[in-house]
Structure formats: C-alpha cells, structure tokens
Design a protein around this ligand. Structure first.
Ligand code: PRX
Length: 649
C-alpha cells in the first residue's frame, strides 16, 4: 500500500475556493457529470468576460468528430486579452502581472497590469502596421523574456494565430513549422540567454527564413545587444515599431471557436503536428484548472518555470494566470545556473507561493543535495506542482519534505499539449496525495481505462488511458490535417479520445500514469518522436537504418537509445557518435541527444519488414530475459547479436 499524505493544515485552512475537501470534490465531480453543459456555462460566465455571453456549451462528440470538430460556447464572442489584461488593468492596475527573473540572478523586471495593457496594445498596433490581420499565423521564436508573452497576447488581440517555437529547435525545425502554417511574420530576438549561454535566435531565424519564402517580415527584440545581420525591408526592430503607434487599442471580440494558437508537437510519425487550440473553451479550461488545482489566492506569486515554447508555458505562465489576474513569474534561466540553489533563491527573493516544475529538474536538484535548498527561506510556499512526466516516489518525497518542509500540498498534474490544461491532479486543499499518483480527475473530466480489446475497465486495473467526453480545452484539430487528428486520437478506441499513455487505477480510484505506450519519448520532460530521431539519423551518410527507443534514465526520466545499422562497407571514425549528435542537432534541435548508441548488423524485423520495437525496447530496458516470441522474425539471430552488444549507462 502506498502511503497517503493528508492535506497540510495551512493549505486547507482559509482556502477561498469551493473544493476544499474530497466531499466537495465529489459533489463538483457529480454535478459536472450529470450536467456538463450547466457546469461549464456557469463557470465561464462567472469567471470570464464574454462580449457575447454563450448560451450553448459543448457541440459534437467523439463519434462525430470526424465530420464535425468539437465546439464549445460557439455562440459566444470573447477577447482573450480583455480577459487576461484589460479587466485587471482596470481593477488592479498596479498589481504585478509579469515578474521576470533574468538569466543572471537578481536581474528582474516587474510589469504591472497597467503596463502590460499598454505593451500589448502597442505591440498589437505594431503587428497590424506590419500587415498582420485576423486569422493570420505568426511564428514566435523567442527565449524567456516578457516580450514573448506580450507577443502572444498581441497576436491574440488582433485575432491572429500564434505559433510559439521553442528556442531550442534548429533552423530546419523552425523552417518546417513556418512552412506548415504559412506564416508571414516571425518574431524573434537577437540572442536568448540560458544558463550563461547565448543562443543566436536571429541567426537561426535567418537560416530558416532563407528557405521559407512565405515570410515577409521579421520582428526582432533586442535582448543582449549583440551585432546581428539585418535585412533591410524584411527585418524590423521591436523597440522601434512599438514606439510608432498608439498606446491603446479597443478590445476585439471574436467567435469563441476562432483559433488562438498552434503548437507543434511530436507524435508517432516524423512530421510534427500543429495542434490547434481555440479561444473561449481553452481560456475557460486553463483558468478553471489554474484556479482550482493550485487553490489560487489573490496575493499569490505563481511560478511556473517551464518554457513558453511548450504547452505548460502557454497555459500556466501566460493564459491561465493572467486570466485569473495573478502575478506570474517568467524565468529565463535554468535550475542549475549558477548552481543548484537557483530555484530556491528565486522563491526567497520573489516570495513565491506556488511553484510548478518538472520531475526531471527535481531529480537533478535532489542529486545535488539538500544544502542547496535549506539555506533559502521557502516559508512563502504553499503549493508545489509537477508536470510533464511520471514522478517517481523518491523525488516526490524530496520535493515534499525538503523543499516544502512538509507544509505544502504537492500536486502531480497529468495532462498533454492536446488537452490544453490539467486533466488528472490533486486539488491542493482537497486531495490527500500518494507519491507517484496524479490522484483524481478534475471535475468535468471523464477518464476511462481500456484493455487491448477496447473494453472499458471498471474498478482497479491497468489499461490505456482514454477520455470519454469532451472538455472545453481539448484541441480541436491538427492544422490542415483533420484526418490526422481523427486518426491519432479517435481511431484506436472508437468513441474515446486516446491519450497514448498507459495508466493504473488503484482500489481508492487513484490514477497512476505509467508512461507512453506509443512511439513518443519523454526525455527530461521534452516530448519527442522516435521517428523524428530515426529520420535525422539516416541523413548521416554512413547510416543505412536505425531504430530508436526510450529507456529508463535516472535523471531524464527516459533516455534515448539508438540502434544503428551502417551502410555496407561504411567506415566510421572515432567521432561517429558526435556525427550522429550533430545530425540530431541540425535536424531537430539542441534538446535532441542520444544517450546510448549501439552499432548493429541488422534490426529485428517481421517477415513483412516491420521493425519490432517491442524487442528493441526490452533490450534497451535491460529486460533481455523477457523478449517474448521472436519466431516470427525474418532473422531471429539478429536478436542474439543485439543482446550481446547491449549498451548501458
Ligand atoms: O506521457 C504523458 C506525459 O507527458 C505527455 C504529454 O506531453 P506534452 O504534450 O509535451 O505535455 C507536457 C506538459 C503537459 C503525456 O502524454 N505527462 C505529462 N504530465 C504527466 C505525464 N506523465 C505522468 N505524470 C504526469 N503528471
């Protein structure tokens, strides 16, 4: 039996939120189950400002999604930025909206809601002057500066559709994303700073844009002031453009189902998918989950230390917190710069009350030792959160006991790019927790575990995690590829949304995510497809074929194991592994790296030529005694050679 941690008294006492214990959770869950439309309409009408208040909640379901995308609040009209900025600029103009901690410790900026309003309006006016209109796509390729959030909001205010590309992606990855959504404008910065290193974002943008003729303009924010190439007519300075126009701009309500942003994410194939989120439903869902899970209070200083390039940054640095009028931190650096005490130094200096990070960071910091934590005052902390990958009990306990000193609630939040916001998580003041379990679904969310035949399991059991009913934050489609959206999420188990994750439900109804069951890897919380790796590796001249799988890694959660078959007669040098790493850096980005490489004479394949990844995975995991039936392989002997040459960390 896993141990159960009750909610600490200081989290439960004085909570302003309606769900303060398991009974209140059950009531809310029941209400949302029997009357989902009423539940969501009530929530959004009370907590969001609608220029035209919706009367319809959800339209469509998982059986009809092929022909009709899911819609929420479709007769409503909303301005996302009015909700995230204007109404707080009116009510609490001097409250800090964005609190920025730069790469260098102590380098900070405070942007109040009033200032944010002016910045967003100025930037929207500048984007309009550069030719951006309602519905057009804008790529944002920036580091963790407030201007990245301002650029997102400025796009939203124009009704344009932003697509943020994580600053670690290479020129090729950036180019592919630009081309896929046909963006005419890229917003970037001279350089990004991360852990003392400068990343030449403008240079990378230049390389990408050289192969993306759709791009007409590049807007450049000056972060470091380094000299950069500037192409007359195409490139424009951020500070010059925003100085030209008005400091206000009227709200621009648009249909609830208008796209708000695209975010490219990895799947089972080599080509990333442009996940589409729309306005009214997404904003409702992120505001709801942010307020409920973290037990939001008016004076909270909320720190989500993810990158805005990923969904966590979109939902819980920008849209959720700002919609709720919170002070939200943007953190430019990394947890180990200049040393492993950086997070807790930030907590102390900014009096952080809610801290949200990834298990991979916690594993690194726990390994560095408690002496990096205990010197700092963490008494302001009330809620600790994790996201992005399964958290094993050891770092969970370390986070709870050492960082939180046993006084904070710890919420392990399970969700995905495609879900928009948190799906399964403890609610800070309400849910007793078990280390390693995401606990219960949010009210309004209907998880189902299915077995291999697609039968829904009842009670405790292990299965594939699905959801049986739409929620407001669900992605509506894949940009330009609705069939791919339907195929990826709704074809495995008809009538259900399939997450791609395995999951166990225990006797108390707690959910334990066991990890991906498809060809998606989760390395240090970065989601990457094995197919993307394989296609990058075969671009190397000496490589004939490769098979890439994830394996358990003590710090990264999953590491990447590559089996590489060389071209006949290929001669490789001692630096061959660096050559492979360079190919990954070029085709994907700096965050794509191999942990183990094994040169093999062949890959295990069925007689029809399909790679049997199950076997590659088992060998990488070290489970060579349980390879299962290999008799259907075209050449069973390759397995012996693979096992004999197995690599370990
Ligand atoms: O495998 C699950 C894992 O991360 C995947 C989603 O990745 P991405 O779309 O990049 O979004 C990450 C941030 C929401 C999921 O399919 N995952 C996410 N959170 C958890 C998790 N696995 C276990 N526990 C979690 N709390």
């Amino acid at each position: 039996m896993a141990e159960v941690y009750p909610v600490p008294a200081r989290v439960r006492d004085g909570s302003p939120n309606p769900i303060v214990d398991v009974d209140r959770w059950r009531e809310a869950y029941h209400r949302a189950e029997v009357d989902p439309d009423g539940f969501w309409l009530d929530w959004t009408r009370v907590n969001l400002h609608w220029h035209t208040v919706p009367t319809i909640a959800c339209e469509g379901d998982f059986r009809t999604v092929k022909d009709e995308p899911i819609r929420w609040f479709a007769d409503g009209e909303i301005d996302v930025t009015y909700n995230c900025v204007d109404r707080h600029a009116q009510a609490t103009p001097d409250k800090v909206a964005i609190l920025w901690e730069g790469d260098r410790p102590g380098e900070t900026r405070r942007i109040t809601y009033d200032e944010l309003y002016e910045q967003v309006c100025r930037t929207a006016n500048a984007l309009e002057a550069l030719g951006i209109k309602h519905g057009e796509r804008v790529i944002i390729y920036m580091g963790m500066v407030p201007e990245a959030a301002i650029a997102m909001l400025a796009c939203a205010r124009l009704g344009a559709v932003h697509s943020v590309v994580f600053g670690g992606f290479s020129a090729e990855s950036l180019r592919d994303r630009i081309l896929d959504c046909h963006a005419e404008l890229v917003i970037t910065q001279d350089e990004a700073l991360r852990g003392g290193k400068a990343i030449p974002l403008k240079k990378i943008t230049d390389d990408a844009v050289a192969q993306a003729p759709c791009v007409k303009k590049v807007l450049v924010f000056r972060r470091t002031g380094t000299a950069i190439d500037f192409k007359a007519g195409r490139d424009h300075w951020w500070h010059e453009e925003i100085a030209k126009g008005a400091i206000t701009r009227p709200a621009f309500p648009v249909a609830a189902e208008d796209p708000l942003f695209l975010l490219y994410t990895s799947g089972s194939t080599g080509k990333p998918k442009g996940i589409v989120h729309t306005r009214g439903g997404y904003l409702t869902y992120v505001a709801y989950t942010h307020r409920t899970v973290f037990d939001l209070r008016d004076d909270d200083v909320f720190a989500c230390v993810a990158d805005v390039g990923w969904i966590t940054g979109h939902s819980y640095i920008v849209y959720g917190p700002l919609c709720n009028g919170t002070t939200t931190l943007m953190f430019e650096s990394i947890p180990t710069h200049p040393d492993a005490g950086r997070y807790w130094d930030v907590v102390q200096r900014h009096k952080i009350t809610v801290f949200y990070t990834a298990p991979t960071a916690l594993r690194t910091l726990a390994a560095a030792g408690d002496e990096h934590v205990t010197p700092f005052d963490r008494s302001t902390l009330r809620v600790l959160g994790t996201v992005g990958e399964p958290i094993n009990p050891e770092p969970w306990r370390w986070y709870y006991d050492v960082v939180g000193a046993g006084r904070c609630a710890l919420v392990d939040t399970y969700w995905q790019t495609e879900t928009g916001g948190i799906m399964i998580s403890a609610i800070a003041p309400a849910t007793p927790t078990k280390p390693g379990s995401a606990t219960y679904p949010m009210p309004g969310i209907a998880p189902v575990l299915v077995d291999h035949e697609g039968r829904a399991l009842r009670g405790p059991g292990d299965g594939h995690l699905c959801f049986s009913a739409p929620w407001p934050g669900i992605a509506r489609t894949v940009w330009g590829e609705h069939d791919r959206y339907v195929g990826t999420f709704f074809s495995a188990y008809p009538g259900y949304y399939f997450t791609g994750d395995g999951c166990r439900r225990d006797r108390d109804g707690y959910y334990w995510i066991t990890g991906r069951v498809d060809d998606v890897m989760n390395v240090s919380g970065h989601r990457m497809g094995t197919a993307e790796f394989e296609s990058a590796l075969v671009s190397v001249e000496e490589v004939a074929e490769s098979g890439v799988v994830g394996f358990p890694h003590p710090i990264k959660g999953q590491g990447v194991y590559a089996y590489v078959v060389l071209q006949p007669g290929a001669v490789i040098g001692a630096d061959f592994e660096q050559v492979l790493q360079a190919a990954l850096r070029q085709h994907i980005g700096a965050h794509a790296r191999l942990d183990l490489v094994q040169i093999v004479s062949g890959l295990p394949k069925t007689r029809s030529g399909k790679i049997m990844r199950r076997i590659l995975r088992k060998v990488a995991e070290g489970e060579v005694g349980s390879l299962g039936d290999t008799s259907t392989l075209a050449d069973p002997h390759v397995v012996d050679a693979i096992v004999a040459g197995r690599k370990t960390l």
